[in-house]
Design a protein around this ligand. Structure first.
Ligand code: HEM
Length: 567
C-alpha cells in the first residue's frame, strides 16, 4: 500500500488527473497481500434494529476492535479499538471527513461547524472557540441556575399535586431554554409555553435524527419534498427557525462599533436633506425610517457598550455567543453565522438533555450513589445558587456526570469517511470508507473497564484528574477527541452539574409506579422509547423555592435562595 500511495502521489505531482489516479488505485488494488478487515456476517439486523449501537456491541465481542459490516453495495467499518480511534480522530484526522453525517445534516446545518470540513471548518472553528472562553462559561452558570430554578418550581407543583412527571421532555425543554439564551440571547421559555418556534425546533430535530438512521434517503427524491406532508412541515419549521435566527442576527449586527458610527452618520446626512432631495417620497421615507430604527437600536447598544465593552467583548446584559462573534469583528456572512448558530443549537441541546435523562435514570437505580450525591450538594451548595467556585467543589457530582457519560455517551457513535488511503491497525483501507467509531463499545469494553456495565462513580478518584480522552488514552471520549473535539465541553459539563445539584438537593426521584420500562432508541443521541416517568417528592427539609423571577444573569453567590425570596 505504501508503494502504491507513493506512486500515486508522484503521478499526482506530475499532473495526472484524480479520476485516472482513482482508477489506477482500484486497478492495482493496493491492499492486496495485506490482511483484510474481519467481516461480520449476517449482520444486517444490527443496523436495522431500533438502537443500532447495541447489536454492534455483540459483534465487537465476536469480531474485535475493527470489523466490516456489509449489506448490498454499502459497507461500514466499525471501530471499537482505542488506538485506532486515536489514529482517526487525532493523529491522522486530516485524512477523514464527516462523510454521511455532513450529507444528512446539510439540510439543517448547512456548513455549520459540525458538518463542515476543510477550510470552512478551520476558519469557523478558529473564530468560534474563543467565544466559549472561561469568562463566558462562568457567566453562564447563573443562567443554568436560573433556568433550573424554573424547572424546580414546575417539579414543586407536581410534587405538591402528587403528579408523576416525564423527565426526558422536561430536560429537553430545560436545555433548549438554556442554549437559546446562551447562543443568541433568545428566551424560548419552553418550560412554560409551547410556542410555534419551540415546536419548529423539535420538528427539525426529529427530522435530523430520523434521517440519521433512515435506510433510504426518501427526502432526496425531488417530488417527495413537495408532496410529502411531513417534508412540508419540516420545510415550514426550517423557514420559521431560519427567519427567527436571521432577525436575531440582524438586530444584533449593528452592535459592532463600525456599523454604529456608519448608521449614525447615515442618519445625520439624510434626516435634513433626504425628503427634499428624493424624487420618490416613499423611498425617502422608507430610508429615513430604516435609518431612524438603526440609530435607535445603535444608540441603545452604544450606551450599553460604552460601559460594558471590554477586552473579551463580553457584554454582561447580553453575553451570548452571537453578540461575542459580532462584537469581536467576525467578518462572516449572515448565512454562515446562521448555520453555526443552528449547529450549536442542536449540538448543545439534545446532548445535555440526554445526559441528564440517563443520569437520573442511573441515580434512580443506585440509592447509595444518590445519597452520597445529596450529601455533597447539601454541604457544598446549601441553599445557594451555584457559582463557578462551587463547580470546583462539587467533585462527586462531577464524577456522577463523568460516569453517566461513560455508560450513555452522546452520541453513541462518531461518523467519519476516509479522504485518502490509510492503515487502521494492521488493515489497509481505501479512500471513501464510511467509518463508525463506537464510543458505546469503547466505554463499555470489558477490556478497559472493571465491571464495565456498572454505574460506579467511585471508579474515578475524587482527587484525580477530570477524566478525558487524553488521560484515558482514547478508551473514554465523551466529547470526542483531536481537532474536532466538542467546543462546548466545559459549558455542557457545568450545565449538567448545576442542573443535577439543584434538582437533587430539593427532590428525591423514583421511577413512577406502573411506568413503562425504560428502553433505549437512537437518534443523534440516545433517547428512551417511552419517556422517563418519575415520581418526584420533596426532600424532608427542602430549601425554599423563590416565588420571584430571578434577575437575569445576575445572581450573587453570597445570596441564598431564601434571601432572594425575601427580596
Ligand atoms: C462536537 C459531545 C454539548 C457544540 C462534539 C463531539 C462530541 C460532542 C462527542 C465530537 C463529534 C465528532 O467528533 O464527530 C457533546 C456532549 C455534550 C455536548 C456529550 C453535552 C453533554 C455541546 C454544547 C455545544 C456543543 C453545549 C455548544 C455550545 C459542539 C460543536 C461540535 C461538537 C460545535 C463540532 C466541533 C467541530 O467539529 O469542530 N460534541 N457535546 N456541544 N459539539 Fe458537543
Amino acid at each position: 500500500i505504501f508503494l502504491g500511495t507513493r506512486f500515486q502521489s508522484l503521478l499526482s505531482k506530475l499532473g495526472v488527473p484524480s479520476e485516472v489516479l482513482e482508477f489506477l488505485s482500484k486497478w492495482t488494488d493496493a491492499g492486496e497481500g495485506y490482511p483484510k478487515i474481519p467481516e461480520a456476517k449476517g449482520a444486517i439486523s444490527a443496523i436495522r434494529s431500533e438502537a443500532f449501537f447495541i447489536p454492534l456491541y455483540e459483534l465487537y465481542l465476536t469480531y474485535g476492535g475493527i470489523f466490516r459490516l456489509t449489506f448490498g453495495p454499502k459497507s461500514f467499518v466499525i471501530v471499537s479499538d482505542p488506538s485506532i480511534a486515536k489514529h482517526i480522530l487525532r493523529d491522522n484526522s486530516k485524512s477523514y471527513s464527516k462523510g454521511i453525517l455532513a450529507e444528512i445534516l446539510e439540510f439543517v446545518m448547512g456548513t455549520g461547524l459540525i458538518p463542515a470540513d476543510g477550510e470552512v471548518w478551520r476558519i469557523r472553528r478558529r473564530t468560534i472557540v474563543p467565544a466559549l472562553h472561561q469568562k463566558y462559561v462562568a457567566a453562564m452558570i447563573s443562567l443554568f441556575g436560573e433556568a433550573t430554578n424554573r424547572l424546580c418550581r414546575k417539579l414543586d407543583a407536581a410534587a405538591y399535586d402528587g403528579e408523576d412527571v416525564e423527565m426526558e421532555s422536561l430536560f429537553s425543554r430545560l436545555t433548549l431554554d438554556i442554549i437559546g439564551k446562551a447562543l443568541f440571547n433568545y428566551d424560548f421559555d419552553s418550560l412554560t409555553y409551547d410556542t410555534g418556534i419551540v415546536e419548529a425546533v423539535y420538528t427539525v430535530l426529529r427530522e435530523a435524527e430520523d434521517r440519521s438512521v433512515a435506510p433510504i434517503p426518501v427526502w432526496e427524491i425531488p417530488i417527495w419534498k413537495d408532496i410529502s406532508p411531513r417534508q412540508k412541515k419540516v420545510n415550514a419549521a426550517l423557514k420559521l427557525i431560519n427567519g427567527t435566527l436571521d432577525d436575531l442576527i440582524a438586530v444584533c449586527k449593528p452592535a459592532t462599533k463600525k456599523q454604529l458610527v456608519r448608521g449614525a452618520f447615515m442618519y445625520s446626512l439624510t434626516a435634513s436633506d433626504l425628503i427634499e432631495m428624493a424624487p420618490h417620497k416613499f423611498v425617502a421615507l422608507k430610508f429615513l425610517s430604516d435609518s431612524l430604527y438603526l440609530l435607535m437600536v445603535s444608540q441603545r447598544m452604544v450606551d450599553e457598550e460604552e460601559l460594558q465593552f471590554h477586552e473579551e467583548y463580553m457584554n454582561e446584559s447580553d453575553p451570548s455567543i452571537l453578540h461575542f462573534l459580532l462584537a469581536s469583528g467576525d467578518d462572516v456572512t449572515s448565512k454562515q453565522l446562521r448555520d453555526d448558530l443552528m449547529t450549536m443549537l442542536i449540538a448543545g441541546h439534545e446532548t445535555t438533555a440526554a445526559v441528564l435523562t440517563w443520569t437520573f435514570y442511573l441515580l434512580s437505580k443506585e440509592p447509595s450513589v444518590m445519597a452520597k450525591l445529596q450529601n455533597e450538594v447539601d454541604s457544598v451548595l446549601g441553599d445557594r445558587f451555584p457559582t463557578i467556585e462551587h463547580m470546583k467543589k462539587l467533585k462527586y457530582t462531577t464524577r456522577v456526570i463523568n460516569e453517566s457519560l461513560r455508560l450513555y455517551p452522546q452520541p453513541p457513535v462518531l461518523i467519519r469517511r476516509s479522504t485518502g488511503d490509510d492503515i487502521l491497525g494492521k488493515y489497509p483501507i481505501k479512500r471513501g470508507e464510511d467509518i463508525f467509531i463506537s464510543v458505546w463499545n469503547l466505554h463499555r469494553s470489558p477490556k478497559h473497564w472493571e465491571d464495565s456495565d456498572k454505574f460506579n462513580p467511585e471508579r474515578w478518584p475524587l482527587d484525580g484528574p477530570n477524566p478525558n480522552e487524553t488521560n484515558q488514552n482514547f478508551s473514554y471520549l465523551p466529547f470526542g477527541g483531536g481537532p474536532r473535539k466538542c467546543v462546548g465541553d466545559m459549558f455542557a459539563s457545568f450545565e449538567a452539574v448545576v442542573a443535577v445539584a439543584m434538582l437533587v438537593r430539593r427532590f428525591n426521584f423514583q421511577i413512577a409506579l406502573g411506568a413503562p420500562p425504560v428502553r433505549m432508541t437512537t437518534g443523534a443521541t440516545i433517547h428512551t422509547t417511552e419517556g422517563l416517568k418519575m415520581t418526584v417528592t420533596r426532600r424532608p427539609q427542602p430549601p425554599v423555592v423563590p416565588n420571584l423571577e430571578m434577575p437575569v444573569l445576575k445572581v450573587d453567590s453570597s445570596v441564598s435562595i431564601s434571601e432572594v425570596e425575601q427580596v
